[in-house]
Structure formats: C-alpha cells, structure tokens
Design a binder for this molecule. Sequence first.
Ligand SMILES: *Cc1c(COP(=O)(O)O)cnc(C)c1O
Length: 408
Amino acid sequence: MSLQHDRLTRIHTAANQLIFAGKTTAELAAIAGQTPCYIYDRQLITARIEHLRKMLPKALKLHYAIKANPMPAVVQHIGSQVDGLDVASHKELLTALATGKAPTQISCAGPAKSEKELLAAITSGVIINVESETELQRIEAISHQFGKKAKIAFRVNPAFELKSSGMKMAGGPKQFGIDSEQLPEILTNLDLNRIELHGLHIFSGSQNLNTDALIETHQKTFELAAELAQASRVPFQHINIGGGFGIPYFPGEQALDLAPIAENLNVLMDSRSESIQNSEIVIELGRYIVGEAGIYLCEVTDKKISRGQTFLMTNGGLHHHLSNSGNFGQVIRKNYPVMIANRHLSDELEKVEIVGPLCTPLDIVGAKLELPKAEIGDHIVVFQSGAYGATASPQQFLSQPDLVEIMI
Ligand SMILES: *Cc1c(COP(=O)(O)O)cnc(C)c1O
C-alpha cells in the first residue's frame, strides 16, 4: 500500500497506478504540460454538491465561498450548481459576475474593503456584507453620490465562538463584522432611503470536524438572528449562517457526519421564531465543496541520503502548497495524505522526507513518511488539495517556474 492514509477509500487504482479523474498521473502531467500542477476533478465536485443537497434541508440555500478555490473554471462549474457565490475581493467579484450568476445571488465580504470595491459592488448590484460603521457611512455616501441604492447585509461578530475550529473567526474581539451588541442601535437608526437592507451574515469559523460544536453554533446563530430581526425595521430577506464544514486532512481525523447536522438544521428551520420565519437561510461552504476534489502533483528530481535519512527532492513544494508545508495556520506540522502515484502496489517500503526545491528548511512536502521505495521521475501526489492551494501560496517566493492548474 503506497497510500499513507488508508481512510482515503475513494481512491481508484489500476495496475500499480493511482487513477484520478479517470487518468493516470502520467496522463494528467501530459495534459497539464508539466509537473508541478494541480488537478481538479469536476465530477467529484458535482458529487459533493449533490451529497450536500441530498443531506441538507431542501429549503436551505447553498453558497460557495470563492476564496477556497477561485480558479474561474472551478467557480463557473460550481456556480452553475449552487444558489450563490460569496466573494471577498474585487477580483473575486469579477470572477463571480463572469459566471452569469444574478448579482443578488452574490455577496461581498471583507474586513477592509476599499472604496473601489464598494463602488464596484454597489454598481453591479451585489449584496455587501457590511463590516464596520465607517464602511456603512462610506456605502451610504457612494450610494447617494451615484444615485444607486446599495444592497447590504450586516456581518455580525457574535458573542459566541465556533468551538474546535481550525480557524475561529468570531466571538470576543475580532476584526470581522460588527459586534452583535452594537447592531440593534445601528439597525434602528439605519437610513433606508439610501440603502436596501437584505439581511445578516454570521460566519463563526472554518475547518470544523466537530458535529456537536457545529450544532451548538447553528442553534445560537438562529437565536441571534431572530433577536436582531426584532430590532430591524424591515424583515431580513436572507440570513447567512456561515459554514465551517471541515474535511479530514490528518491521521486520526474523521470525515464530518452530516446527518445530525442536517437533522438539527431541519428542526431549526421548522421552528423558527416569527421574526425570521420568511427569511431565506443560507449556508456558505468553501473547502467542503472543493477540498477533496483536487490533488497536487509533483515529481521526484533527486534522491539522497544524509547521515542515514533518505530525502526525496521534488520540483514542487511550499511555494505552490503552503498549507501542506504546515505554514498556513498549523501549530504542529502534520502530513497531508501523500502517495507515490506510480507505485501503488509496491510493498518495498522506505522511510523518507519529501522536500521541495526552495532554499529553506520550511519547504516540506511530507515528513517522516513510510512509502514505497521511490526513484527519480516518480510522481508524488498530495491529496485534499482542492482548497487553499495555489492561491493561498507564495508562488513568487524564490522565483521558481510557474504552476499550472487544470480541471477535467
Ligand atoms: C473563508 C471563509 C469561508 C470559507 O471557509 P471554508 O473553510 O473554506 O468553508 C466562508 N465564509 C467566509 C466569510 C470566509 O471568510
């Protein structure tokens, strides 16, 4: 078994080879024109969205948070299957608009939006998630100046947090959103001649694999939304309750069990208090939709032994895949699932360190792995790489050759 994490049971092989998106890695590299490359499988993305639709309440709207993977082809593919797109920059806004999605199905977040971004958002008619009082004033001024009413939702920083998240983005003092206790007054004083209030955005955290924590946060989020709706002079058309569904990256992590989460959401949707009964409820997911649908592929370029340790050198690394190197928010580095793609069945194993081409000891592809004995030219695959890969990595660092991303 060349696969380090046997929980990746969906992996297909033929002969001694990994088959991804119906192809061997040699074929994928030939299509991409090179290694290193990222490959995204459109069928896996579709299957994931279908699974979500099947499991989650029918009335719940599903949005894709583009920052997880903003490749235009990926966004187009996902955009045709979800109810909306969430963007967090001007460039992401343009990517979302280019899919043809209706502007009111696009929302724009970000804790320090520029005037240019606000103007683009207002003019294109997307929903702006307002993150501060100053931002609200800027939006009102731009709306007035250009004679176009902005469509807004308030991003709320709740007093609670999403426990056991890979990244907490709410609770306590935060740069995101407006503290929930400040909102009733802002809602009361809102000048509805200048702006259209559409709803709320309550995003608490990311990369969560804890069902109980997600359920608890959903309950608190519905309660908070109902409370804020009472303070609003207009009903909320939509309430974005965030997402945070995680995927298993590391040994010992289990895939999220959606059934209890969905069951709880069903109850919350059906027993909503009057103030939010007619609001659309939206969930926004990034990595859960694309993370498992992508691999990173690089090639062994050298093999050497240093004082008893075997190193596989590769042409890819941290500059393309920062999160896999352990330098994107991890406290203790752990290995993503890694495989020698062309030696699946080999049972001659070897302890190796897999490292990239950068002149820094941080450039780790996989550490302390026991894998089939590899040779120069072999293909290294890193799984769970469809989200926070190419665009979350310092591609210019050390001026290595460009990366290629393909979707098939
Ligand atoms: C990052 C982010 C997401 C996506 O998080 P995932 O872990 O990829 O699902 C969604 N909403 C907001 C506001 C974000 O900042």
